[in-house]
Design a protein around this ligand. Structure first.
Ligand code: GDP
Length: 325
């Protein structure tokens, strides 16, 4: 069996930017084994003072919108500009072997071969809360390892987007023009999270582009801005050709400047940490509840009684909670 590196070795490796040890640290974080978790927490505690230095950007959009093509182009451009770039994925719907986003490394061929970039597919931690925890903690490791930019890719489904928006400084939504129903349903919810909308594949949508920009601008206009100092812009780009990518990043930097100067960046991160605390407490309480032996023993019969109408829901809940040690 391969000897597992200790906390100190992992710490030194991460701080030195050693890719193999960064990978081992992330694997430890993703593990659900209690002993690994304990070790991971010790490591994170040591790394904490060195975290927080990266520009954290979430990138979202429905499958096929061009996320990985765009991230490859943006990532390579950022590297050329002198940055070290990490890419994480959040895809609670599929495990690592189940064709998750980023699972197929060939999708970002150049970037994954680049020394100054680090790509990590979505943790297969299953439940949403587990994926969120692993991703946040992985971000800390990468920041402590000196990455300047962390890009977090997510699929365009409501819950995972909210989750990612809650861990980044800037949330970018990629859209396509011309579908006609862009502003309907779930996509509208996504606009509320957006710090910027980028209409992608500008190289092939020349005609419809202007109209799409107008539509998204007016949709954003009627939403209340999350910040008093920033109204989400609508830009166009081509992830394939690279058109508009530097300008788009210019907006990210402008946002960063404005938010840092106004103190909103710090406030947003603090707010995110507090939300994270609430989420963790809730997740752990639920876990403890459903893993409790007394609860497990009583739950089926109480469910049955609720089903038959023999007991009120409140009484059943009281009874179950009273069993919890
Ligand atoms: P993802 O599912 O959002 O990650 O999308 P992909 O990056 O895999 O892209 C989906 C398809 O759209 C692929 O066939 C890409 O080659 C194509 N594509 C991505 N970006 C662009 C673009 O800017 N212009 C054009 N014309 N095609 C693109």
């Amino acid at each position: 069996m391969v000897k597992q590196p200790g906390v100190d070795e992992l710490y030194d490796g991460v701080r030195a930017g050693n890719r193999a040890l960064i990978g081992r640290a992330i694997t430890l974080i993703e593990s659900r084994n209690p002993a690994h978790q304990q070790k991971a927490q010790q490591l994170l505690h040591k790394l904490l003072p060195h975290a927080g230095g990266a520009q954290r950007v979430g990138i979202s959009g429905v499958p096929g919108v061009g996320k990985s093509t765009f991230i490859e182009k943006l990532g390579m451009w950022l590297v050329d500009e002198g940055n070290r770039v990490a890419v994480l994925a959040v895809d609670p719907s599929s495990g690592r072997t189940g064709g998750s986003i980023l699972g197929d490394k060939t999708r970002m061929e150049q970037l994954s071969a680049c020394e100054k970039a680090f790509i990590r597919p979505s943790p297969s931690a299953g439940v949403l809360g587990g994926v969120a925890r692993a991703t946040r903690e992985t971000m800390m490791v990468l920041e402590a390892a000196g990455f300047d930019v962390v890009l977090v890719e997510t699929v365009g489904t409501g819950q995972s987007e909210t989750m990612v928006a809650d861990m980044v400084d800037f949330f970018l939504v990629l859209m396509l023009p011309g579908a006609g129903d862009e502003l309907q349903g779930i996509k509208k919810g996504i606009l509320e999270l957006a710090d910027m909308v980028a209409i992608n594949k500008a190289d092939i949508f020349a005609e419809k582009l202007k109209q799409a920009v107008r539509e998204y601008k007016s949709a954003l206009h009627i939403l209340t801005d999350a910040s008093p100092s920033w109204h989400p812009p609508v830009v166009t780009c081509s992830g394939l050709k690279g058109d508009g990518v530097p300008e788009l990043w210019g907006q990210v930097e402008k946002h960063s400047r404005i938010m840092s100067e106004s103190g909103e960046r710090k406030a947003r991160r603090t707010e995110q940490r507090l939300t994270w605390l609430d989420t963790q407490v809730r997740d752990r309480l639920l876990q403890r509840f459903y893993n409790d032996d007394a609860v497990k023993a009583e739950l089926p019969s109480l469910r049955e009684k609720v089903k038959q109408g023999d007991i009120t829901v409140s009484a059943a809940a009281d009874k179950l909670l009273s069993l919890l040690k």
